[in-house]
Design a protein around this ligand. Structure first.
Ligand code: G3I
Length: 374
């Protein structure tokens, strides 16, 4: 057995070796991609992707070289693929599924039922027919044989089920019904419920964690086909306190239910945009590292998806509220630029967050939490 100091030194050296190196395909040129580092730790590393991202040669190379799976950021949501009754637009989703196939990457289907992507024509409201939902689930899952699906996205609100159109139309049993439907459509797919704001120690997030646990326990006891929970991990510096034990206990409780856990949408919203870029990048990496040290120590965590790779294409923006927190800054007309919350900068250069992810995966390998040993 290695002494702790040895492990820490090795991890540090491995992390430093990765800082500043351009992306390479796994194993090429002596620098492993995150996918290969993750594979040694029993973790499938992936990214959210858009067709636009995969059409950019540098970002496509990153996706193929660093990742073992793709999640469509936009393209498989219901309102995206079925904008009007009877009309389907598969272009965006096809582009991502095709890239995954061509590069032998896994596919996480995202997402079948989400309150923010219900087409108007579907009229999911009291009195609605479940057949509309069933047809959508079957049609989408049969077109895209993804190995994992976020069947229900963000069902929690406050300390219970979200007051979504699905709840209003079909009652609290809709989550189980959707999972059953998904299992019928593709019995090989691993089915997830995916959720945000489960990571921090605030009272509000404690209520959300308790609600999620109640939901999955009810599903498991009812024999409903649920295989895992997605922890989105949209982290945010300074938004709420992070307590390692709180996250550790929550993940252990999910694992005790026999569920797999996927980190599904990792990114970091910044706070101190006035600092130099090096300090901003260090703060982002440090924040994520504290989360990852806990998350990746849980053997049931088998996947880590970043919500994009490069800051050039990120849903995280520097918004007016951010600017308002720094009166007088950027008065010369300059700007804070991008939110720097993804592993690669806007020129696709690796940042400390990339090294933090690699370091956390290596630490997990050193702990012996590989797939083979579990
Ligand atoms: O592409 C159009 C552009 O042509 C148009 O000018 C512009 C005007 O609004 O909109 C652009 O589309 C936007 C799209 O992102 C691409 O940037 C949509 O309006 C916007 O709604 C869409 O937001 C996405 C959001 O889900 C809703 O689908 C985000 O990119 C995407 O990151 C976000 O992802 C969600 C996960 O699915 C679930 N968890 C939270 C996560 C972040 O909100």
């Amino acid at each position: 057995m290695l002494a702790r100091g040895t492990i820490a030194r090795r991890t540090l050296l491995a992390s430093l070796a990765l800082i500043g190196f351009p992306a390479r395909a796994a194993g090429a040129g002596g620098v492993d991609g995150l996918a290969a580092i993750g594979a040694r730790a029993g973790v499938r590393v992936g990214t959210a992707a858009t067709a636009a991202m995969l059409a950019s040669p540098d970002l496509a190379a990153l996706a193929a070289g660093q990742c073992a799976s793709l999640t469509p950021e936009l393209g498989m949501k219901w309102a995206a693929i079925a904008p009007e009754a009877g009309r389907r637009d598969w272009r965006e989703a096809d582009a991502i599924a095709g890239f995954a196939r061509a590069h032998r990457l896994g596919l996480r289907g995202h997402t079948l039922l989400w309150h923010r992507s219900v087409p108007d024509w579907a009229r999911i409201e009291p009195g609605a027919s479940w057949a509309t939902v069933a047809a959508h689930v079957a049609e989408t899952m049969r077109r895209y044989p993804a190995d994992e699906w976020d069947v229900v996205n963000e069902p929690i609100e406050g300390d219970g089920l979200r007051a979504s159109p699905f709840l209003a139309a079909f009652g609290p049993g809709y989550v189980a019904r959707a999972l059953d439907e998904a299992h019928d459509a593709d019995p090989r797919a691993r089915l997830f419920v995916n959720e945000y704001d489960l990571e921090y120690a605030s009272d509000a997030q404690a209520s959300r964690r308790a609600a999620m646990l109640r939901l999955v326990r009810t599903l498991r006891r009812g024999g409903v086909p649920i295989h895992g929970v997605g922890i989105q991990a949209h982290l945010a510096i300074g938004r709420a306190a992070f307590d390692p034990a709180t996250l550790r206990d929550f993940l252990a409780a999910l694992a005790d239910e026999g569920l797999a856990i996927a980190i599904t949408e990792l990114d970091v919203k910044e706070r101190d945009y006035v600092l130099p870029a090096t300090a901003r990048d260090a703060a982002v990496a440090d924040h994520a590292a504290r989360f990852l040290a806990v998350a990746l120590a849980q053997p049931a965590v088998r996947a880590l998806t970043c919500w994009g790779l490069s800051d050039r294409q990120s849903w995280l923006a520097v918004d007016d509220a951010d600017r308002a927190r720094f009166p007088g800054a950027w008065a010369d007309g300059s700007s804070p630029g991008f939110n720097r919350g993804l592993p690669y900068d806007s020129d696709a250069r690796a940042k400390p967050l990339r090294a933090a992810i690699a370091g956390a995966l290596i630490e997990r390998s050193n702990m012996g939490l590989t797939r083979r040993q579990r």
